[in-house]
Design a protein around this ligand. Structure first.
Ligand code: NIG
Ligand code: FE
Length: 414
C-alpha cells in the first residue's frame, strides 16, 4: 500500500463532506486547518489534521513538505464540450472585424462548422486531441470534468463522440461524466424538419446510447431558434427513460424557458443563466436544481455576466464551470473562471472556490468521491505556490498559482 504524507501545509481548505450543494451563507464557508497534514493511502485520503496531531510513524513512501503553501480540492468542471475536431479562430477574427453571429452562421460557421469537421475526423483523432486537452486541464488543477457530445448531429457522429468520451473515462485518472447533447442544433438536412431530427434523437440515437451505456446525462440547447421548452421536455423525458438525468443549456441568450423545464424535470443542473429575471431566480431557488454559471462564455461572447449575487442571495445552489468549447469558451481554465466570477460577478473568493469545487462535484454527482478534502475521497488536490490568503487566488488573476496537482493519487506532470 503506497502512503504519501503532505506535511507543514500552511493552510488546508475545503474540508468536510456536505450532504447537499452549498447555498446562501453556507456558500461562503470554507472550513480549513492551519499548519496541517494530509495522509494519502492508495489514491485515497486516509487522514488529515493539525501537524501537532500527526502520529509519527516511519515508512511513508513519499513525504512532501508544503511549507508556505495552501492545499485545496482540485477543481470540478461540470460543463464542457472538450471533444472537438478543430478550433475556430477564423470565426473569432471575423467577429473582431464586425461580422455578427448570424452572418457567421450563414457562412456555415458556428456549431455546424464544428459538426462538419467532427464528422470528418476519426474516433482515434478525436480521442488524441481530447486527451491532450484533458492533460492540460489536469495541469491547471481540474480533477473532475463533464464532457458533452453535440458536435456530431447524426447518429453515427454523436455515437462516435460518446465513444471517445467513454475511452477518456476508461483511461484518465480524472472523474469524467458523459452527457448526450444531440439536441445542440438542427443539422442542415433537418433544417426544415425539426420533428424529423427530434425523432432521430429519440428513436435512433437514444436506444443505442442506453444499450451501450454511453451517457450519464441528457442535455438540450433550450433557446429561441434552437429547441423550444416543449421540445426540450420531450427530448429529456425520452432520455430519462434510459436513466439519463437532465442537465440543460438554459437562458443563455434569452429568457428561454429552459430553467422552468429543468426545474419541472428535476434536472441536476441548468447551465449558462446569462439571462435571468426575478421570477426565474426564485423558481430556481425553490428547487434542488443547481444553477451552473459559465462566466468565460459570457466574456468571450461579450454578453452580460450571470447575475451571481442575485442567485446566491436568493438561495440558489450555484456552481461554476468553463463551458470549454471552440465557439464560445475556448479555454478550460477554472482558475480564470474563479477570478472572473469574483472580479465581474462580485462573488466572494470563498463562494467562488466552493462553487468551483464541491458544488461542481454535486452538479455531476461525483460529490461522494471528490470536490472536498474528506477521508475516503479520492486524492485530488492542488498545492499552491507560496501565498498568504485564499483571496490571492482570484485577485492575482492570470498568474499561475499552482505548484503541483495530484489527481487520483498521481502527481500530474507539469
Ligand atoms: O455552451 N450554447 C450552446 N453551445 C455552446 C457553444 C457551441 C459553439 O458555438 O460551438 C455553449 O456555449
Ligand atoms: Fe455549453
Amino acid at each position: 500500500m503506497a502512503t504519501i504524507l503532505v506535511k507543514n501545509i500552511k493552510k488546508m481548505v475545503g474540508l468536510g463532506a456536505p450532504a447537499a450543494p452549498l447555498r446562501g451563507n453556507d456558500l461562503s464557508r470554507v472550513d480549513s486547518i492551519e499548519n496541517a497534514y494530509l495522509l494519502l493511502e492508495d489514491k485515497v485520503i486516509a487522514a488529515y489534521g493539525a501537524m501537532e496531531e500527526l502520529k509519527q510513524s516511519p515508512g511513508f513512501d513519499e513525504v512532501i513538505d508544503a511549507s508556505g503553501r495552501f492545499l485545496m480540492p482540485a477543481w470540478c468542471d461540470s460543463h464542457t464540450h472538450l471533444v472537438f475536431a478543430a478550433s475556430r479562430e477564423e470565426e473569432f477574427v471575423d467577429k473582431l472585424k464586425g461580422l455578427t453571429y448570424a452572418e457567421i452562421a450563414a457562412r456555415g460557421g458556428g456549431i455546424l462548422n464544428s459538426a462538419r469537421k467532427l464528422q470528418a475526423a476519426s474516433e482515434d483523432e478525436l480521442f488524441v486531441s481530447a486527451w491532450k486537452r484533458l492533460e492540460e486541464l489536469a495541469k491547471w488543477g481540474t480533477g473532475a470534468v463533464e464532457i458533452k457530445s453535440g458536435y456530431g448531429l447524426s447518429p453515427e457522429a454523436e455515437l462516435k463522440m460518446l465513444r471517445v468520451i467513454k475511452r477518456l473515462k476508461e483511461k484518465s485518472p480524472l472523474s469524467i461524466k458523459a452527457t448526450f447533447l444531440g439536441a445542440h442544433t438542427y443539422p442542415p438536412g433537418y433544417k426544415d424538419d425539426h420533428a424529423g431530427y427530434i425523432h432521430s434523437i429519440i428513436h435512433e440515437m437514444l436506444p443505442v446510447i442506453g444499450a451501450e451505456k454511453l451517457a450519464d446525462y441528457i442535455d438540450v440547447f433550450c433557446e429561441h431558434g434552437f429547441f423550444s421548452p416543449e421540445e426540450t421536455e420531450m427530448i429529456c423525458r425520452a432520455g430519462m427513460q434510459y436513466g439519463l438525468k437532465a442537465k440543460i443549456h438554459a437562458n443563455q441568450l434569452n429568457l428561454s424557458g429552459g430553467v422552468e423545464v429543468g426545474v419541472k424535470l428535476g434536472a441536476v443542473s441548468v447551465d449558462h443563466l446569462e439571462t435571468m429575471d426575478q421570477q426565474t431566480i426564485e423558481l430556481l431557488a425553490s428547487s434542488d436544481t443547481i444553477g451552473t454559471m459559465l462566466p468565460t462564455a459570457a466574456f468571450f461572447l461579450r454578453m452580460p455576466f450571470q447575475p451571481a449575487r442575485q442567485l446566491i442571495d436568493a438561495n440558489c445552489a450555484v456552481a461554476l464551470a468553463t463551458d470549454f468549447n471552440p465557439g464560445s469558451s475556448p479555454s478550460g481554465n477554472m482558475n480564470l473562471v474563479v477570478a472572473m466570477s469574483c472580479i465581474q460577478m462580485k462573488m466572494l473568493p470563498e463562494e467562488a472556490i466552493n462553487a468551483a469545487t464541491i458544488n461542481g462535484a454535486f452538479a455531476m454527482e461525483v460529490h461522494h468521491e471528490t470536490g472536498s478534502i474528506a477521508v475516503g475521497k479520492k486524492a485530488n488536490f492542488i498545492l499552491t505556490k507560496e501565498i498568504n490568503s485564499l483571496a490571492f487566488i482570484p485577485y492575482a488573476f492570470g498568474n499561475n498559482l499552482i505548484h503541483r496537482v495530484m489527481i487520483n493519487g498521481q502527481w500530474v506532470s507539469c
